[in-house]
Write a protein that binds this ligand. Structure first.
Ligand code: ATP
Length: 290
């Protein structure tokens, strides 16, 4: 019997590294990123309906075509030729505009959910192709786990999973514009890049210390001088026992990687005294595809 409704967990992502390796003629930045999905998630519920509609628990989020979930659904029905729609209900827990791919992961969940609800049998490759024009992080969000992404998000390689650890996330209350962060990078003459081969070797060897100790995000170097909290949170987490701490994506969320759960929990409580949006999560381990 076919389903009428389905509920999915849309996981947030962090950047274990973020490097800008070039710029294309159309202005798109070529990136090289080690991405990791984490067990901090929005809940996305889909019900069959005649038209597409979106509702969320956050009054300030758009519910029209400006919502990534809406645009993905629209593309799904366009591409599959199905004359139908979906009532999409999103319960947000992932901080918005935070460098955690909140919108992209909702879009990925909508696509996976519609594929099941309407039994369209799209393969992972087909879903990635359908989603890429809507958002460059969506192909990763469709897959999850630990992955190396290159190009404009289209080249994905599964890499060994991150060793068991605890991830503390803290989002300061200000926002950082993704465009502004990239624009500022373009004006810089030189940048200190992550050592991606070293990070990959650390993953292959299950060496959490080397991995966490060498995490690097070129956009964090832009953000630190303008936003004191970024460096302060990174330092605070390291002082609390994190093996490494760095800003995720275009920020402003900073995350720290802890081996020791007690230390992570203690740091969580310290952070909560100064910041409202603090979360303790574990990594998501390579989910079953699609
Ligand atoms: P990334 O890490 O991919 O750069 P982000 O975490 O920085 O993304 P989002 O949380 O995806 O940023 O939000 C960016 C913008 O997208 C917000 O200004 C928001 O209004 C819009 N948006 C559209 N759809 C959604 C959605 N489903 N959830 C959150 N934001 C959305």
């Amino acid at each position: 019997m076919s389903l009428n409704a389905i509920e999915l967990a849309a996981k947030a992502k962090i950047n274990l590294s973020l490097d800008i390796t070039g710029i294309r003629e159309n202005g798109y930045h070529e990136l090289c990123m080690l991405m990791q999905s984490v067990e901090l998630y929005d809940t996305v519920r889909l019900e069959r309906d005649d038209a597409i509609s979106v509702r969320t628990n956050l009054y300030y989020l758009p519910v029209n075509r400006q919502n990534i979930a809406y645009r993905i659904a629209e593309r799904f029905f366009e591409k599959t030729g199905i004359a139908g729609g979906a009532r999409i209900s999103i319960t947000k827990r992932i901080p918005v505009a935070a460098g955690l791919a909140g919108g992209s992961t909702d879009g990925a969940a909508v696509l996976k959910g519609l594929n099941r609800l309407y039994e369209t049998g799209l393969t992972m490759e087909e879903m990635c192709e359908l989603a890429l024009p809507v958002g460059s992080d969506i192909p990763f969000c469709l897959r999850g786990g630990t992955m190396l992404t290159e190009g404009i998000g289209e080249k994905l390689t599964r890499v060994p999973s991150i060793p068991k650890c605890h991830i503390l996330l803290c989002k300061p209350s200000f926002g950082i514009s993704t465009e502004a962060a990239f624009r500022e990078f373009d004006t810089r003459e030189k940048a200190e890049h992550p050592n991606t081969p070293l990070l990959l070797k650390a993953l292959a060897e299950g060496d959490l210390e080397t991995l966490a100790g060498n995490m690097k995000n070129v956009l964090a170097d832009m953000a630190r001088p303008n936003h004191r909290d970024i460096g302060a949170i990174e330092e605070r987490m390291k002082a609390d026992g994190a093996l490494g701490a760095v800003m995720s994506g275009s920020g402003p969320t900073v995350f720290g990687i802890f081996r020791d759960k007690e230390a992570a929990l203690k740091s969580y409580h310290t952070m909560r005294k100064s910041y409202r949006e603090v979360f303790l999560a574990s990594p998501e381990y390579c989910p079953v595809e699609p």
